[in-house]
Design a protein around this ligand. Structure first.
Ligand code: TYD
Ligand code: MG
Length: 451
């Protein structure tokens, strides 16, 4: 008789191993391998409902207007311009960040276009109803279903024929075709696989909510990222009211696109002018504050960078960066030391991006250097001045992408001066209320800023 084989799969990354290991060789996490029964692969389980025929590329029709608006411009933009029929969208984020709130609000609007089904596998329908009352949702076409069995859910979908579907959350539903517990990697993968076939087959746009946990007790949605069309991360600091929805994978639009929301008593409010919001609490005449014109996806956003440089009372000075890569900051500090001869050794250095945003593009370099120098020299930067530019290892300032968009946004917000790479000055068509100062080296930039 054939021996029943067991496999061990990593609950973090989905790696499968024939024997137990203390540390996953793939994602390097400790104690994440769990014994599971192998999935019986039946040949029909993954087949699409209607067998496909080869088609000429030109004969395939697709229209932009097929996209449906969620009634929330911030969510629409992050999705690449609305919901595409048949797409599978994963919304990940820490527990309590507001995923259920976001989807409930979006679905209340989507329900105006067709029947919407909200499967709540974590909360009871009463809990969801209480939240909906608080959000002021009064739609007729939104159905709630408290169910965890995938087979039951699919049965109800067949009966109701919804036009939109949410599964909140993917980690709490299970299929009886697999033995392992809900939330294990094989359950999550199999359920997602079945929902994907349903989404593609019926053209049913499906949103999946996924929790991200550090300890690996629930399978993180990382295993799912390659299966779904779009991955959105909902992030934010629980202590801050601002939430940022970021597209990290999108088969129907650009990634790096972000949507900004504010969590209020009555739910999430869209922030359509994030620059104004991020700059609202800016101290106008203090040292260590600089404004950068950064680009998030297709939208320019002005953000304040704050630096604090103070002499250290301990042997090893502290270097802390929030909202910006700390290695990048270490590099910029080294450039300031070596190329501009600013002595920062023995100084504690803290740098923070105001408003809880994360800036990942090199265009932020120049503003980071300006904020550091401003705090160290105790000289105030002109509050009407905005900066952007990448800094190379020799201290040269390099051109970056889309300067025109950035300058225009700064001009719109009333900034009157812009320090930018000389290489970006060519063919800029910007309002003449803003004075452009092109520079080619970090020391030149500091001379201009602190003249
Ligand atoms: P929730 O959507 O339940 O988070 P998730 O589904 O990601 O776990 O949101 C929970 C948090 O949002 C909770 O801490 C309370 C807060 N909240 C508000 O501040 N205002 C509101 O109107 C709602 C519905 C929630
Ligand atoms: Mg929730």
């Amino acid at each position: 008789m054939a021996r029943q084989k067991t496999i061990y799969s990593c609950q973090q990354c989905g790696l499968q191993s024939p024997k137990w290991l203390g540390r996953c060789p793939d994602c390097q996490q400790w104690n994440t391998l769990v014994e599971e029964q192998p999935v019986a692969v039946t040949s029909h389980s993954r087949a699409l409902p209607t067998p496909g025929k080869p088609q000429k590329l030109a004969a395939v029709t697709c229209r932009e207007e097929d996209r449906l608006s969620c009634g929330m411009a911030e969510l629409d933009r992050t999705l690449g311009g609305g919901v595409v029929p048949g797409s599978l969208i994963l919304v990940g984020g820490d527990p309590g960040i507001g995923k259920s709130t976001l989807l409930l609000q979006a679905f209340a609007r989507l329900a105006e276009n067709g029947t919407a089904l909200y499967v709540t596998a974590e909360e009871s329908t009463r809990q969801v109803k209480m939240r909906a009352d608080r959000l002021g949702i009064k739609t007729d076409n939104l159905y709630l279903l408290a169910e965890t069995s995938l087979e039951q859910i699919r049965q109800r979908i067949k009966e109701l024929q919804p036009a939109f579907l949410v599964i909140d959350s993917i980690q709490t539903i299970f299929t009886s075709s697999i033995d392992s517990a809900p939330g294990s990697v094989s359950q999550v993968r199999e359920c997602t696989g079945q929902l994907m076939i349903q989404a593609k087959g019926d053209g049913l746009p499906t949103f999946l909510v996924g929790h991200v946990t550090k300890d690996g007790a629930i399978a993180g949605p990382r295993v799912l990222e390659h299966m779904v069309d779009t991955v959105l991360y909902f992030e934010g600091d629980p202590g801050h009211p601002y939430r940022i929805l970021r597209a990290v994978k999108n088969r129907f639009g650009s990634t790096n696109e972000i949507g900004v929301f504010e969590m209020q008593e009555q739910g999430l409010r869209e922030v359509s002018n994030p620059s104004e919001l991020f700059l609202a609490e800016r101290p106008k005449h203090s040292a260590g504050s600089a404004v950068v014109a950064s680009l998030e996806g297709t939208r320019p956003i002005l953000v304040e960078l704050q630096a604090l440089v103070s002499s250290s009372s301990f042997g090893t000075p502290q270097r802390t960066a929030i909202g910006i890569d700390h290695k990048r900051i270490a590099l910029l500090i080294a450039i300031l030391e070596k190329k501009v001869e600013l002595s920062l050794a023995g100084q504690d250095i803290f740098i923070n991006v105001a408003g809880g945003v994360r800036l990942d593009e090199p265009a932020v370099d120049l503003a980071a250097i300006a904020a550091l120098a401003s705090s160290h020299l105790n000289r105030v930067i002109n509050p009407q001045l905005v900066l952007f530019g990448e800094i190379g290892l020799t201290g040269e300032v390099r051109a970056i992408s889309q300067p025109e968009l950035r300058v225009k946004e700064a001009a719109r917000l009333g900034f009157t001066q812009c320090v930018l790479p000389k290489g970006n000055l060519k063919n800029l068509d910007v309002p003449d209320t803003i004075k452009l100062i092109g520079i080619s080296h970090t020391s030149e930039a500091l001379d201009v800023i602190f003249d």
